[in-house]
Design a protein around this ligand. Structure first.
Ligand code: PGA
Length: 248
């Protein structure tokens, strides 16, 4: 049984003070649900958020990590550094990192493998661009991202893996994939995961949809059989709208 999982992706929003005030508001609204919830925040917010949510079921995640143990990588953050903050998740390969920071399927693969060897679960993002969708290549692109991103991953390590299908054309654009488009791709992702990891391991992987998820469309998306959760950008910045999505 996969438990629905809704994670916020704050991107480069919220200072430490703003994160604390979000947490205070959000805790008042959060009554506990059957849905697992997490907030993936900038590095500087992680410790205060872990502390603020320590008496709740709400989890905290980072948005990136380097694959090396340590070294001369100015500006980067290692797994050991994340582990000491107490986070439970780390986003890997978000399309903004692929587009602006040179993230590739190969670096995504190194990071995912590193995280699957730790107690922090990777949320591996993938999805096609508008050009790729219009060119009829969406399924091919997603399959490649999955195959390369998961190359060398042992099926027994995959239990904590989360996949976020985020069509690039739906991120921050207000243009959501229809529940059918999202469901169709998430079903394809599950089939591909079965090919890569085998049925038993693939069955445990949570598959989220991300891209302009809002309180108004959350239930249509979450009610699709093939979709186990959501990765929410803009609408996770406000405690009321994020709670409304979790309460879909
Ligand atoms: P959005 O972002 O909900 O603002 O479209 C989703 C994401 O980038 O994870």
């Amino acid at each position: 049984m996969r438990i629905p999982f809704i994670a916020g992706n704050w991107k480069m929003f919220k200072t430490k003070k703003e994160a604390v005030s979000f947490a205070e508001e959000f805790k008042k609204l959060y009554k506990g649900t059957d849905v697992k919830a997490a907030v993936c925040a900038p590095f500087t917010d992680l410790e205060v958020l872990v502390k603020a949510f320590e008496d709740t079921e709400i989890k905290v995640g980072a948005q990136n990590m380097h694959f090396a143990d340590e070294g001369a990588y100015t500006g980067e953050i290692s797994l050991a550094m994340l582990e000491e903050t107490g986070v439970d998740f780390c986003i890997v390969g978000h399309s903004e990192r692929r587009q602006y920071f040179g993230e590739t399927d190969e670096t995504v693969n190194l990071k995912v493998k590193k995280l699957l060897d730790s107690r922090i679960s990777p949320i591996m993002c993938l999805g096609e661009t508008l050009e790729e969708r219009d060119g009829g290549k969406a399924f091919e692109v997603v399959k490649r991202q999955l195959q390369k991103g998961l190359e060398g991953v042992a099926p027994e390590k995959a239990a904590s893996l989360v996949i976020a299908y985020e069509p690039v054309w739906a991120i921050g654009t207000g243009r959501t994939a229809t529940p059918q488009q999202a469901g169709e791709m998430c079903a394809f992702i599950r089939e591909t995961l079965i090919e890569i990891l085998g049925e038993e391991a693939a069955d445990m992987v949570i598959i989220q949809y991300g891209g302009s998820v809002k309180p108004e469309n959350a239930s249509d998306i979450m009610n699709m059989d093939e979709i186990d959760g959501a990765l929410v950008g803009g609408a996770s910045l406000n405690p009321e709208s994020f709670m409304a999505i979790i309460d879909f």
